[in-house]
Write a protein that binds this ligand. Structure first.
Ligand code: GLA
Ligand code: ZN
Length: 675
């Protein structure tokens, strides 16, 4: 058997599940919070709402193993049997996110230590140290018990390892593991000293025992030590995921294994995890107070689809209405809830799930919304949940299909980390902010986008945007430089290719590896005062840029925009080098306001020959998935879209030729004729 065969089987098993059942719909189900009499009612209400997938057991460890080695599994048998009888698939969790108090009491070293050296208490959740062998031993024991008992259970459809991996621990066990990780990365201390630049501030390490995590220190840490600790912490969590996943795969080779990501989460490099997941899953909690929430959601969904190489992904958690963990928790409208879910489907999700099924009466999340609220099924909210089940049933034809994108945005976790390290020129150049800025114009115009790492195969993309890539390897830089050379359009944003993978500044005019391909080079990064700087451009129109500028010289490029102040009068702000094969390389050295950036990005998209499926009015999003053209109005007024082809809405059932009126907060999924 080919070594990849079980993985392929597991991936196929997810597609098969979707093929058999249509889009998956459901949420976290925490029956241990309720008496057994409630369970049959839960299952009946789930069936009535069209729920066909639930995640069970994420926080059940204390109920399953109330004392070390004492097993209480009968209740879970009963719950899984009830679900199986109703035809509801189960995404069964390993409970590693929250160990019961006995583990912390009997083995204090299983609890994490923060940067100040304070050991976390039990009493909340996620207090574990990912390295602790004792914690791991107990995790693997319960995972084995679950895997053996439920391997053949008819409800088992998927494994959910842990929950939202995202812990960083600074204990002595983690320090040891960090040293081992560094030994693998660097070989010897000489290489470590070189990579960390320890000549600075007398940080030279003469013995491995001197090497520690970046624990609380009086002033700025060594930036490479910090970067390596982030890389290590992400790898260490992945290892904790892997040891569980391996055990599950041994027991059930054809059952997909996943865990839930958290979008652009700062503590884990998801791009380095994706091969470990049979299906990518994400938790997305839209903030009703954030006007950019629809764009942020779409970008995050595109990241998830791209992490899985375009395969369908799972929206594992969202909230039906308010969450409980923001300072002031606004509810969501039923319309927003629906549009947000359809958006996820439009961007490639084959499963739409919520945290959680039934709202808790006790515990820290008693004020978190759920599919079944405290007030019960006779509520507007629950009726909206039922309606959503119905909408997802109608969207069945999209299940398993793909989004084709010819534009790519480049993102890399190491670069994100290194670019926001303390002691940088500005803390306002966050890579995710720059990414969202560059994404919005394309998203608003209806141009489909993938989010890829700098080393990705870029041949399928005619537009590649690098909104801000502070750190890049020579190899990845060369990969990106090939885009304009083979006829594509490359648009690079400010503060890019500044550092190498050790987070050392690249000497010489910047952006070092790209001065030639861009035909422009710089000598100074210049953060701007609050007033910003005027920029003059015939192509784009004049604008006032903010946050950042650079002292540049156009060596072999057209200057499309010039600074008119901030000590840079007449100097290039935006350049373009046209390559012999028709490709072009654009460099933007500042942060324009949204409308100007819109024009710049769309000019690049036009140069790349990218066209949107329809003209989108404001607050309307358009994206094609498979044969379906999704049109989403996330605004509060009706909008009209001119359809290029006669089309029939899978959701509403009506056929339209010409103008389609989209009511406020509504979604349409159009099957077009004769396209
Ligand atoms: C996360 C967790 C859930 C729950 C929700 C609340 O996504 O995975 O257990 O705490 O947040 O929003
Ligand atoms: Zn630790």
């Amino acid at each position: 058997m080919h070594p990849d065969t079980p993985r392929r089987n597991a991936r196929n098993a997810f597609s098969t599940l979707v093929r058999e059942r249509g889009l998956l719909y459901g949420g976290d189900y925490n029956p241990e919070q309720w008496p057994a009499e409630v369970w049959p009612e839960d299952v009946a209400l789930m069936s009535a709402a069209g729920v066909n997938l639930v995640t069970v057991g994420v926080f059940s460890w204390g109920r399953l193993e109330p004392q070390p080695g004492e097993w209480n599994l009968g209740w879970l048998d009963q719950v899984l049997d009830l679900l199986a009888a109703a035809g509801i698939a189960v995404d069964l969790a390993t409970p590693s996110a929250s160990a019961p108090p006995w583990l912390a009491v009997d083995h204090p070293e299983t609890s994490a230590v923060n940067q100040d050296g304070v050991r976390m208490s039990h009493g909340s959740r996620n207090h574990f140290c990912p390295t602790s062998p004792v914690y791991r031993e107990h995790v693997l024991r319960i995972v084995r018990v679950l895997a053996e008992r439920y391997a053949d259970h008819p409800a088992l459809a998927m494994w959910h390892v842990g929950n939202e991996f995202g812990q960083v621990c600074y204990c002595d066990l983690c320090a040891d593991a960090f040293r081992a990780w560094l030994q693998r990365r660097y070989g010897g201390l000489d290489e470590l000293n070189r990579a960390w630049g320890t000549a600075f501030w007398s940080q030279h390490h003469g013995r491995w025992s001197e090497v520690i995590p970046p624990r609380r220190a009086p002033y700025l840490h060594n930036p490479t030590q910090e970067l390596d600790y982030r890389r290590f912490a992400s790898d260490q969590l992945r290892d904790l995921y892997r040891v569980q996943a391996e055990l599950l795969r041994d027991a059930t080779p054809a059952v997909p294994v996943t865990t839930n990501f958290m979008g652009f989460f700062p503590l884990v490099d998801y791009q380095s995890w994706t091969d470990d997941l049979d299906v990518v899953a994400d938790d997305w909690y839209a903030d009703p107070a954030d006007p950019r929430s629809p764009a942020r959601a779409a970008l995050t969904h595109d990241l998830m689809r791209s992490l899985g190489d375009g395969r369908p992904w799972v929206l594992m958690e969202q909230a039906t209405s308010a969450v409980n963990w923001r300072p002031h928790n606004l509810p969501r409208s039923a319309g927003t809830m629906l549009v947000d879910s359809v958006r996820a489907v439009a961007h490639g999700a084959d499963a739409i799930c919520y945290f959680q099924w039934r709202a808790s009466l006790a515990g820290a999340e008693r004020f978190h919304s759920a599919m079944l609220p405290h007030a019960g099924p006779d509520t507007d909210l629950h009726r909206a949940v039922i309606e959503q089940g119905d909408v997802l049933r109608r969207l069945r034809p999209v299940a398993g299909t793909r989004v084709e994108a010819r534009a790519a945005l480049v993102f890399d976790w190491s670069s994100w980390w290194a670019g926001r390290a303390p002691g940088s020129p500005s803390d306002r150049m966050d890579a995710v902010d720059r990414l969202l800025d560059a994404y919005e114009p394309l998203w608003r115009a209806g141009v489909a986008v993938d989010v890829v790492p700098p080393g990705a195969d870029l041949d399928g993309y005619s537009l590649v945007v690098v909104p801000g890539l502070y750190l890049v390897s020579d190899q990845d830089a060369a990969n990106l430089a090939r885009v304009p050379e083979r006829g594509g359009v490359l648009l690079v944003g400010p503060f890019s290719a500044v550092a190498d993978p050790d987070a050392h500044i690249r000497a010489g005019r910047f952006p070092g590896p790209w001065t030639e391909v861009l035909g422009v080079s710089g000598e100074q990064h210049r953060p701007l005062p609050e007033v910003g700087v005027e920029v003059r451009s015939e192509l784009i129109g004049d604008f006032t840029a903010h946050t950042w500028s650079e002292l540049l010289r156009a060596d072999d490029a057209d200057v499309l925009a010039r600074y008119a102040g901030a000590g840079l009068a007449g100097r290039p702000a935006l350049t373009r080098r046209t390559h012999p094969g028709g490709g072009s390389a654009w460099y933007l050295s500042t942060v324009p306001p949204a409308d100007a950036l819109n024009r710049i990005v769309l000019a690049a998209a036009e140069a790349a020959g990218l066209r949107a499926p329809v003209d989108c009015p404001p607050e309307v999003e358009a994206i094609r998935r498979g044969d379906v053209l999704f049109l989403l109005n996330h605004g509060t007024r009706p909008r009209t879209v001119r359809l290029p082809y006669p089309a029939t809405d899978l959701i509403g059932g009506t056929r339209t030729t010409g103008d389609l009126v989209l009511p406020a907060e509504s979604a349409a999924a159009m099957i077009e004729e004769d396209r």
